[in-house]
Ligand binder design. Structure first.
Ligand code: PMP
Ligand code: GLN
Length: 385
């Protein structure tokens, strides 16, 4: 293994899911729903396979899906992208993130990232030969939400900064960036001529009337932003590994150049089914949002009863819980012990930080599960402590 990748062992999601299986724990670690998304989507995919959609689709994706993506970005966000040159289908958001960073980060370039950060950002910045400049998201003592200090963001910019990596709604803190927060980021990008790559996989998972705002929709940002989405989160089919990148033609062309040698193309039959679901399953998406909001409240209350200090998130599948009221200090130690001790698996937030002390006392719990599964997890945690 090349030297710069040697620090990356097994991902925390794989490790915790393995531990959960070994101990027959309730798995609130890795974020995947335990109910599959719309019936019509599943049936259409099966039908397309049986009817013979089984050979390579075009590298950039099936035109039906690129058109559907272009239309929903326009409908929801007022952003217009040419389906032929400005929409590009990838093998999940993971490949979109990889292709974006590998095509835009030059050796020695610096990338600003908000920490805690989703694990693939650090690995792909390293693979590209770049360096991370983390800016902390900290829990505001008054509002309880995780946010950043604009002065810290500005101080992270150097002459070598090339790109800002943004994730909203944010995994693992659950923060949905407000327009004001996004404007702080946009202003820095415009002033220093930076590119933004935005991971928007939880775009339809926002709660309490909050709505996702893409950074690309702010003044001067369309021309310098690549936005990444995933059908895994949009339609609760995380195994489908299909996503898309939208952005201005020159940036999408860069992604295309790299991605044609990473995966060449994604699954064609699934793309056709997804195109129909994007057009026809808007109500399902809204119902999913409400259902998840209820699950958030259910698990937040249960974890609170079990003694954790819970941050009620604004979006995503995840709650962050402070373990200190229970007398614990290190979330990584606790996450490794919890499956055997309590029969519940969670993810230690610490692994999402460069400055690990900032997240040492936090566990991330996924609530994208059936109510009875959440209740069982809470019952087990209450028995444990
Ligand atoms: N980004 C974030 C923030 C995620 O939580 C995930 C995991 N779902 C991904 C990217 C990867 O998405 P996909 O499964 O589509 O590759
Ligand atoms: N995105 C999922 C999470 O944050 C995990 C995806 C994965 O296992 N790589 O839990």
């Amino acid at each position: 293994l090349i030297e710069r990748m040697r620090v990356y062992g097994e991902t925390i999601f794989a490790e915790m899911t393995r531990l959960a299986v070994e101990t027959e724990s309730v798995n609130l670690g890795q974020g995947f729903p335990d109910t599959d998304g719309p019936r019509s989507l599943l049936e259409n995919a099966s039908r397309h396979i049986l009817e013979g959609v089984n050979q390579y689709p075009p590298g950039p994706g099936r035109p039906e899906l690129r058109r559907a993506v272009s239309r929903y970005r326009s409908r929801h966000y007022g952003l217009d992208f040419d389906p032929d040159s400005e929409v590009y289908v990838t093998v999940g958001a993971t490949a979109g993130i990889a292709a974006s960073l590998l095509s835009l980060v030059e050796r020695g370039d610096e990338v600003i990232v908000f920490e805690p950060m989703y694990d693939s950002y650090a690995a792909m910045i390293s693979l590209a030969g770049g360096e991370r400049r983390p800016v902390a998201l900290r829990r505001d003592p008054e509002s309880g939400r995780f946010t950043f200090d604009p002065a810290e963001l500005r101080a992270a910019v150097t002459p070598r900064t090339r790109l800002v990596m943004v994730n909203t709604p944010h995994n693992p803190t659950g923060t949905v960036f407000t327009s004001a927060e996004l404007e702080e980021i946009a202003a820095v990008c415009r002033e220093h001529d930076l590119i933004a790559v935005t991971d928007e996989v939880y775009e339809f998972l926002t709660f309490d009337d909050r709505r996702h705002v893409p950074l690309a929709s702010l003044p001067g940002m369309r021309e310098r932003t690549l936005s990444i989405s995933s059908v895994g989160k949009m339609f609760a089919v995380t195994a489908w590994k299909t996503g898309w990148v939208t952005g201005p033609e020159p940036l999408v062309r860069a992604v295309r150049t790299v991605n044609q040698f990473l995966t060449f193309s994604a699954n064609g039959a699934l793309q056709l089914a997804i195109a129909d679901a994007i057009e026809g399953e808007g109500e399902w998406i809204e119902a999913q949002r409400l259902s998840l909001q209820g699950k958030r409240d259910r698990l937040a209350e249960g974890l609170g009863d079990a003694g954790f200090d819970v941050n009620v998130c604004e979006g995503t599948y995840f709650l962050m819980a402070d373990i200190r009221p229970l007398g614990y200090r290190d979330g990584e130690d606790l996450a490794r012990a919890l499956p055997a001790a309590a029969g519940v698996a969670a993810v230690p937030a610490k692994v999402f930080y460069d400055h690990q002390d900032e997240g040492r006392h936090l566990l991330r719990f996924a609530f994208c599960k059936k109510d009875e599964v959440l209740d069982e997890a809470v019952a087990r945690l209450r028995r444990w402590h």
